[in-house]
Design a protein around this ligand. Structure first.
Ligand code: MLT
Length: 239
């Protein structure tokens, strides 16, 4: 088995074409938010690409919660932004959430077509690695970690997270691509000081400037949750 790494959302179709099991990662903050919402009892998350689609779906389903961001901020008329800390149990339990974000929901929707799409972040790195390995072995396919990046560009925190997942997948039988090896090496040097390393990244700096340092700190917590979301038939639910 091979572990591949695609560095931005626009590269997701390559992983789909290979027939790989895909793990989509957007540490800041989309996949961290999805994992937190589901861990706090949300029924399901529906990722959508555009604000227009999000508003339309919300009009058709008035009970759904409309959430997401543009430029890091909550768009007009949305109930929640994209801060995982907003998705508390008392707000989301039993609710379906429509989520649109700048890059994370793009990586997810671009991965559609893969047979299995899991949702990973530092918050569930170990559980994600375990599930991805188990499911890929069973299906006889390779694994691709697809990083959301930022507006089509590479991002540090997603690369470190790929390393955190890759490091756990890296058993004797798994061959790592050079990019996956580089990510595990980066994770090795960053672990134990994840917040200090990740805060140096462009996106973390942007969020900290918006007053969202607590979000960055939360998203840097490793293995807080054992839950692994799966995206199928347009909806994300716990596996
Ligand atoms: C995204 O999907 O681009 C991110 O989640 C942006 C953010 O930090 O809100």
């Amino acid at each position: 088995m091979r572990l591949n790494l695609e560095l931005t959302a626009k590269d997701a179709p390559r992983a789909v074409k290979r027939g790989d099991l895909i793990v989509v990662v957007d540490v800041l903050r989309c996949t961290s938010t999805i994992i937190t919402a589901l861990a706090n009892g949300a029924e399901a998350i529906i990722p959508v690409r555009t604000l227009r689609e999000a508003y339309k779906l919300a009009r058709e389903n008035p009970n759904y919660i409309l959430a997401g961001e543009r430029g890091g901020l909550k768009p007009r008329g949305f109930k929640l932004g994209n801060s995982p800390l907003e998705f508390r149990r008392e707000v989301v339990e039993g609710r379906t959430i429509i989520l649109t974000t700048t890059s994370g929901t793009v990586a997810l929707t671009r991965s559609r077509g893969a047979r299995t799409i899991l949702v990973g972040a530092l918050l569930n790195a170990e559980a994600t690695a375990k599930k991805a390995l188990e499911m890929a072995e069973k299906a006889g396919v390779d694994i691709s970690i697809v990083l959301s990046g930022k507006k089509g560009r590479f991002s540090l925190e997603d690369f470190i997270c790929a390393g955190a997942i890759g490091y756990r997948i890296n058993s004797g039988d798994v061959e790592l691509s050079d990019a996956a090896t580089a990510a595990t090496l980066t994770f090795h040097s960053a672990k134990g000081k994840l917040f200090d390393e990740i805060r140096c990244g462009e996106h973390a700096k942007h969020l900290i400037n918006l007053g969202l340092e607590d979000d960055v700190k939360f998203c840097c917590r490793m293995d807080l949750f054992n839950l692994v979301p799966i995206y199928r038939n347009g909806v994300i639910k716990p596996l």
